[in-house]
Design a protein around this ligand. Structure first.
Ligand SMILES: [Zn+2]
Length: 147
């Protein structure tokens, strides 16, 4: 995990820029509140927290491929959890002190929409000891082989 602004070859390649009005028109109210206003869906309420379907998780706002089911694990925290993104340049990290504690926000590198947060060192039995805690409403699962 690189918390400095990643040099994001993927981002520079083809960034998505839309006005706030465009996002409001294209997204549902729930999607907009999370993706564009950094909201958080209620735990255990989303579509994917308990999903074991194989496939690719894409950004709900721009369609960028972000995570695969291969890196998803059962954290029992109420949100879909991944131990790594599809590739480091798919996401960008922003230090977030909004809740009075320092957290690291995860955004889509392509359209800069809010996805969730990443936590480290919690002791989950995963290859990275990181938990990308991502809102279901920020993603769209495209079922299929991921290997
Ligand atoms: Zn996106």
């Amino acid at each position: 995990m690189d918390t400095e602004q990643n040099s994001a070859s993927y981002l520079r390649q083809d960034p998505v820029h839309k006005s706030d009005d465009q996002w409001r028109r294209e997204l549902t109210a729930a999607e907009y509140a999370v993706l564009r206003q950094a909201g958080t869906e209620r735990p255990f309420s989303g579509e994917y927290w308990d999903s074991h379907t194989q496939g690719m998780y894409q950004c709900r706002a721009c369609g960028a491929e972000l995570f695969t089911s291969n890196a998803k694990f059962d954290s029992h925290c109420g949100w879909p959890s991944f131990f790594a993104p599809l590739a480091e340049d798919r996401v960008r990290y922003i230090k977030d002190r909004a809740m009075g504690m320092e957290r690291i926000e995860v955004r889509c590198a392509k359209c800069d929409s809010h996805l969730g947060h990443v936590f480290e060192g919690e002791g989950y039995d995963t290859p990275t000891d990181q938990r990308y805690c991502i809102n279901s409403v920020s993603m769209k699962l495209v079922p299929g082989e991921t290997a």
